[in-house]
Design a protein around this ligand. Sequence first.
Ligand code: PMP
Length: 371
Amino acid sequence: MNRAMNFSAGPAALPLAALVRAQSELVDFDHSGMSIMEQSHRGKVYENVHHEAITLVSELLELPKDYEVLFVQGGASTAFAQIAMNFLEAGKTADYVVNGSWGEKAVNEGRAMVNVSGGTIHVAASTKKDKNYVRVPRQDELTLTSDAAYVHITSNETIHGVEFAVTERTPFPKVSAPLVCDMSSVILGRRIDVTPFDFIYAGAQKNIGPSGVTIIVAKKSMLDRGRKDLPAVLQYRVHAENKSLYNTPPTFGVYLVRNTLAWLKAEGGVAWVEKRNRDKARVLYDVIDNSGGFYRCPVEPDSRSIMNVVWRLPTPELEEAFVKETTHARMIGLKGHRSVGGIRASIYNAVEPEGVAALASFMKDFAARHG
Ligand code: PMP
């Protein structure tokens, strides 16, 4: 098979080993005479897979005992509203630290819930400069509310390629309120000390598996705090109490999460993949920075994402030609997000270094031809 080099932002590349395993197990799962998709979510066969996937998340993130792992549905976009529903008490304020479009969406969806929550959404910092985000906010820029219901951050802005804590000069905000983090595009892509975070959420479709599964990693104390007068399926606490089996979970998606994380663990876990991811990112940023200005990354060096590398070419016509030629060379998904243009290479866990090397080599050749 001529496997494409997939640089898509999500859904994104999955490890070949996880797909091959799914292929071999598809029709007759574990000698059950059925596929995993056909199993009851209350049956032993599925339950084993479900709990193995939860255990893998827990092990790979090195979670302390007071954290729960949940699999829910609706994507990170549903979580934007659901978090405000669950945790923004009436009369309280939730602070949002914004370093890109997903953070903006979280603000807007939180605001759409004010009639339900009775609370207020406050933008505690935003690095929107003119029309683009080029760095994460500094601690001294935050206007935090005392006694906030929570502080919401986006650890990696997928569209702008702007990430917190890439170096020690861009640390995560230090806050006294519960810290809520959208980690959709970087979770399990690098080591992270989870202890400052009370509630982490992520769509699976970048580093963890297919779309359709949303991962929640939260302190039990945070989940207990959630509102109890919401519909049950919208209460994170209910999902925790039922080990993510309150209603039918996305069983095939959870199965593929299991395969993907089993691959990650077997390869060497998060420390292994972080080194691999940082090396991949460095290869691309080096080509950009050494291109004599032909390629230009708008993001400040200490905020440059290790997962989504974005850059511009001298003209939109050259960007179009770049995307066309890379697609022809089986390098898929390099067109920047439609809201910002330019080029974006998403180099999540499953993207092989060989593909990144091929892209780097193509970039040098393209610059030599057009520079
Ligand atoms: N947050 C971030 C940081 C994302 O990258 C994305 C998806 N690209 C979302 C939220 C929205 O996720 P979903 O499509 O799962 O709702």
